[in-house]
Design a protein. Structure first.
Ligand SMILES: Cc1ncc(COP(=O)(O)O)c(C=O)c1O
Length: 384
């Protein structure tokens, strides 16, 4: 790497996270969701996930699935979005499982292809999936007499169901939409994602779970509401017959990614001079600043303005507007050129500070930023 701005990922943490989830939640299939370059971690990590016990992977597009395939020949990979029927040869060759999302798509498929498929049910989100039980039955019956193996069926929950009835409704809808087929004939039934996994009892007819954000260290532990909020919530749950949820779980997950940069230059700024674009930040005293080679084109969102970074274990404040490629940080004499800078290492805290979700923060780190992987004693650098 020539420019020392990078994301460091501890692969051993990821492996331990999966082991910890598996100890706490028993399923036959742990489907690791590695879309968006494994939530920003980079698809290099997939073998660490497999080492922890992930036995299926899922990504959004055929492009993503093929990138993952380059890193592992054996693991089955489910594509969560439709793959145009003209590319099914590639799926056949590369062992990519397709998702059948609707009747028009099903009718475009060549049923002589030797493929695995999962049916997607729309249980209320109105994204992809079947809403009509007769269509599901038709697909089920036709697949039984075709070369395409119906390996799985799933849905995706739009809410956690912690404050609303939608989770309970979604389960009922799933049951209804699949009521004309025999679910026990389908090897993998997977409904939950990280949040619903830890907040609700196991869905008795499901034997798989799709794990995204939990694998990357977000345990979803929450503080139970207290006082008036608790009373209001309990009344609401009772009135609408909403099933109870768990706020605390026993998971001990850790985040694995830290974002680093370096001190590229230092500079004295006189009182009254401005720093960065727009002349919005004016130094109110003689000030020393460091210029770091990281900006919003690396994924350092503008919301980070005025927050601090860590240099030699001390906090220093970002001053002035975040540029495309650089930021300025107010420093003291202890900071030297080429010092390592931790932009953030506590992702949960940073998310709170800037008001974005962990999903947004992690996936906003762009491919311009090389990823440096630590696993056991080995260090591997990858530029995506
Ligand atoms: C279809 C599907 N399944 C599973 C997941 C994983 O969700 P989570 O990261 O909340 O576990 C996602 C993520 O958005 C998804 O779109």
């Amino acid at each position: 790497m020539y420019r020392k701005t990078y994301a460091e990922i501890d692969c051993d943490i990821l492996t331990d996270n999966i082991k910890n989830i598996k100890e706490n939640y028993k399923y036959d299939y742990y489907i690791g969701v590695v879309k968006a370059n494994a939530y920003g971690h980079g698809d290099y990590i997939i073998n660490s996930l497999i080492e922890g016990g992930i036995n299926y992977l899922a990504a959004s597009s055929l492009e993503e699935c093929l990138n993952i395939r380059k890193r592992n020949n054996d693991i089955p990979i489910l594509c969560l979005e439709k793959i145009n029927a003209e590319y099914l040869d590639i799926c056949e060759k590369e062992n990519i499982t397709i998702t059948i999302t609707d009747m028009a798509y099903f009718n475009s498929l060549d049923l002589t292809k030797c493929l695995k498929a999962h049916i997607k049910i729309d249980s209320g989100m109105n994204r992809l999936g079947f809403k009509d039980k007769n269509e599901v039955k038709e697909v089920f019956d036709k697949l039984t007499n075709s070369n395409i193996i119906l390996e799985g069926i799933y849905t995706h929950f739009g809410t956690s169901g912690m404050w609303d009835k939608y989770y309970d409704n979604a389960i009922e809808k799933f049951k209804e939409i699949t009521s004309l087929i025999d679910l026990t004939k389908i090897p993998i039934v997977h409904l939950s994602r990280s949040l619903t996994l830890v907040t609700h009892p196991k869905i008795d007819f499901a034997n798989g779970v799709r794990l995204g954000i939990a694998m990357y260290g977000f345990d979803q532990n929450m503080n139970e509401p207290t006082g008036l909020r608790k009373i209001k919530r309990n009344m609401y749950l009772k009135k609408h017959h909403i099933s109870p949820i768990t706020f605390k779980n026993n998971l001990k997950l850790k985040t694995a990614l830290t974002l680093h940069s370096t001190v590229m230059a230092t500079k004295e700024v006189k009182q009254g001079e401005y720093i960065s674009y727009g002349a919005k930040y004016i130094a109110n005293e003689n000030t020393k600043i460091a210029i770091l080679p990281i900006g919003y084109a690396d994924g350092l969102l503008k919301e980070n303005e005025n927050l601090t970074v860590k240099i030699n274990d001390r906090e220093y404040k970002i001053v002035g507007e975040i540029c495309m490629d650089m930021i300025a940080v107010k420093i003291d004499d202890k900071v030297k050129i080429n010092d390592d800078v931790i932009i953030y290492d506590d992702i949960k805290k940073r998310c709170k500070q800037i008001g974005v979700s962990a999903y947004t923060l992690l996936t906003s780190i762009t491919t311009r930023v090389p990823r440096v992987y630590k696993e056991k004693e080995k260090i591997t650098e990858i530029k995506y």
